[in-house]
Design a protein around this ligand. Structure first.
Ligand SMILES: C[S@@+](CC[C@H](N)C(=O)[O-])C[C@H]1O[C@@H](n2cnc3c(N)ncnc32)[C@H](O)[C@@H]1O
Length: 352
């Protein structure tokens, strides 16, 4: 892979495509099957030879096939048992031994430990046939999620579990495109980037471009053929906070009359600047709803992003919700990219 921010992809040769007989057995006719050519450069670049590549939305095992062709080991999770079977048969025909388990994160774990997560997310609004049989069958199938916010929350939970299993420094690459639904653009790829950016350090995006014959548009027709998608590149890494800006912000909090105690790695670093630099400043707060609200408004007005486990929140926020989540994260980045991250929790909870 070179420094260009886009890749122009060539279709796979017939021997690497999903075979017609397997395609014919799929309810969507394999319409959502990706290209091996799309995955190979990312496998080569982000996983060392012999490393393990995991696809949490394994589909027809295109990622696992790409991994094997590049001398990496693959494993996958697929919610649909029939698709998992198609994936196994496809791999078998290539003589590849890579486990495809049926299930979904966070309930089912990845079949094996992994070094790189590389996937194509299931799109919202995909017309997956409604399940026959008992209500709740196919409950984990994201293609069947009717509510966009719920769909995004479920993706977040899945990638949260990816993050937990990924080693420090490992990459998580999710491919997605913005969609057109009901005549409107739905920025799925950008929403996904925002969600994953709260779990990982956002490294880059690469544009994947597919050559298609253009067609003429009537003047004012805003549609395009959407012949591109994004490969969103994230890394599990401790992000460095700016220690000077954090110190300034803590001073500003004291001057505004807020009572708090510092806890954990930040005061340890203050006591010993040779200690590992902290990734955040943990503030322990008194159990006082009015003061907590005042603090949240103060942070909100200073343009802090406030989140509970990656979900945006706005003041006021009841203390029991903070208790449920243990901490609230307040962070902001200035125009030089300097990060201040404050984790707020209740002193009585931390003492337990
Ligand atoms: C875009 S397709 C992946 C295709 C794959 N990249 C390929 O080319 O072979 C997304 C897959 O995610 C699966 N899926 C949907 N919800 C899931 C979930 N909660 N956990 C695991 N897989 C899921 C779908 O059944 C579908 O096969």
């Amino acid at each position: 892979m070179d420094s260009r921010s886009w890749l122009l992809l060539e279709p796979d040769p017939p021997q690497l495509r999903l075979p017609d007989d397997l395609r014919a057995r799929d309810p969507l006719g394999g319409r959502d099957c990706g290209w091996v050519a799309q995955m190979r450069p990312f496998v080569r670049h982000y996983a060392a030879p012999g490393a393990r590549v995991f696809d949490p939305f394994c589909g027809f095992a295109t990622t696992l096939l790409a991994a094997a062709l590049e001398g990496r080991r693959g494993c996958g999770l697929e919610i649909d048992p029939a698709r998992a079977q198609l994936a196994r048969e496809r791999l078998q025909r290539h003589g590849i031994d890579a486990p495809v388990a049926v299930g979904s994160l966070p309930d089912a774990p990845a079949p094996l430990p992994f070094d790189l997560c590389l996937t194509n997310v299931p799109y919202f609004g995909c017309r997956w046939p409604d399940p026959a049989g008992a209500p709740g069958a196919d409950a984990g199938q994201l293609y069947l999620e009717r509510d966009y916010e719920a769909y995004l929350r479920r993706l977040r939970d899945i990638f949260h579990a990816v993050r937990a299993a990924l080693p420090d420094g490992g990459y998580c690459i999710a491919m997605a495109e913005n969609l057109t639904l009901g005549g409107r653009a739905l920025p799925l790829a950008w929403d996904l980037a925002r969600i994953l950016g709260a779990l990982f350090v956002t490294r880059e995006e690469r544009l994947l471009c597919y050559a298609r014959d253009p067609r003429a548009l009537a003047p004012g027709d805003a549609s395009t053929d959407r012949s591109h998608e994004y490969a969103l590149v994230f890394q599990k890494q401790r992000e460095r906070i700016c220690l000077d800006s954090t110190g300034d912000e803590l001073q500003a909090l004291r001057e505004a009359g807020f009572a708090f105690e510092l806890h954990g790695s930040y005061p340890r670093w203050l006591a010993d600047p040779d200690a590992r630099a902290p990734a955040d400043a943990d503030l322990l707060l008194p159990d006082d709803q009015a003061e907590f609200d005042r603090l949240l408004w103060w942070l909100h007005e200073r343009r802090y992003e406030l989140t509970l486990w990656g979900e945006p929140v706005h003041p006021p926020l009841r203390l029991p919700r903070l208790r449920e989540h243990w901490y609230l994260r307040a962070q902001r980045r200035d125009r030089l990219g300097r990060l201040v991250r404050l984790d707020l929790s209740l002193a009585d909870q931390a003492a337990r």
